[in-house]
Design a protein around this ligand. Structure first.
Ligand SMILES: [Mn+2]
Length: 358
């Protein structure tokens, strides 16, 4: 029996510069990546797993310092009874400047360092672990993987970082071909949404979600290989990104909207990142700045997105017959209103005119 955990896409070192929650929370998030990586290795030690698989994009290599690498090796050195395998992804590529080549690891840490398929046989576990580093030049992994042979009494694992949706720039992987290899487990990295593709193939997803593009649970895959392989997703991230859509009606009041938002975010709003997309028509009497200000204190992070709000133009024209508002709305053609820039101008203008009217 072989017990393993499979993680990847940790992106240690990421600066969170172009994110909506930048600044202090971005800096905090950067530290949280390290905390979760440390927790991951501790989990592996406590659960006495045999193997820890790291499927690429462990680092955001542009931002990695030598002390980061030392710290990384230091954390791994705590796992003395585990065999650890590391491949490179598209954010920590191999090559002459490979970051993994700059640091000394213990003997139980196996870093795949070539641009070919390599393997390590761990005799005490009767297990061979194959690994292929990410390489943009590889447009078809089929040819590269054909050296994989099944060996009597030896369990086989493969580490790969690439795209099963066929993106030609990110090392496309043919899942049907992977299934024919009859490996005991294939640990995939690259796609940040965890997915169990077959009973022996999975994407671990990002260990911690990185932005609002990564909503939902994040964690790692844990598994046991006996005669068969059993795997499951293990939620583990410190925080989640959550996106809620909320419908507003014509007659929704400030208090109703305030209550609905708090009610719908009750579980976990003090730890998770929230973005609430308001849909429908926002009644003019709801002050969005005040609303956001009042709600913010309840949340670890809140973004109220009003871009998804439409304006009921017909109603406004009806209510403001023969006024400047009516004429202003009519000055936009249908084609112009399809253009988001014109539409923004329209809404800004309407708000200004309505404010002026008061
Ligand atoms: Mn990644």
């Amino acid at each position: 029996m072989v017990k393993f955990i499979h993680s990847g896409d940790i992106h240690l070192g990421l600066k969170f510069k172009n994110v909506s929650f930048g600044g202090d929370k971005g800096k905090t998030r950067r530290l949280e990546l390290w905390q979760s990586f440390r927790r991951l290795i501790s989990y592996g030690i406590e659960e006495e797993v045999d193997i820890i698989l790291l499927a690429g994009d462990i680092f955001e290599s542009d931002f990695v310092t030598l002390s980061d690498l030392k710290r990384f090796a230091d954390i791994l050195s705590g796992a003395k009874k585990q065999e650890i395998f590391i491949i490179s992804g598209n954010h920590d590529t191999i090559g002459s400047d490979s970051i993994f080549g700059r640091i000394q690891f213990g003997e139980n840490v196996h870093v795949f360092s070539s641009d070919k398929l390599e393997s390590f046989l761990i005799e005490r576990l009767n297990t061979r672990v194959y690994g292929l580093n990410w390489d943009r030049k590889i447009k078809d992994v089929t040819g590269v993987l054909e050296d994989i042979k099944s060996e009597d009494g030896i369990k086989s694992i493969l580490l790969l970082h690439g795209d099963i949706n066929g993106d030609n720039d990110y090392m496309p992987i043919d899942i049907e071909y992977l299934k024919t290899l009859n490996l005991d487990y294939v640990a995939l990295g690259h796609i940040h949404k965890p997915e169990i593709i077959a009973e022996n193939i999975a994407y671990c997803g990002s260990l911690e979600p990185l932005d609002f593009g990564e909503t939902g649970e994040r964690g790692f895959i844990k598994g046991i290989i006996k005669e068969n392989t059993n795997i499951e997703f293990h939620p583990f991230s410190l925080r989640e990104f959550r996106m809620l859509d909320m419908e507003i009606k014509d007659d929704t009041t400030y208090e109703q909207l305030y209550d609905t938002i708090l009610k719908n975010s009750e579980k976990g709003r003090n730890t998770n990142f929230y973005r609430i997309n308001l849909k429908g028509f926002l009644p003019m009497e709801i002050d969005k700045i005040l609303l956001e200000e009042e709600l913010r204190s309840y949340f670890y992070h809140l973004e109220l997105n009003f871009d998804t709000i439409s304006i009921d133009l017909d109603r406004l024209k009806e209510e403001n017959k023969d006024s400047i508002i009516h004429r202003y709305i009519n000055s936009f053609t249908h084609e112009e209103l399809e253009d988001p820039i014109y539409y923004d101008a329209l809404t800004a203008g309407i708000h200004a005119l309505l404010e002026g009217g008061k």
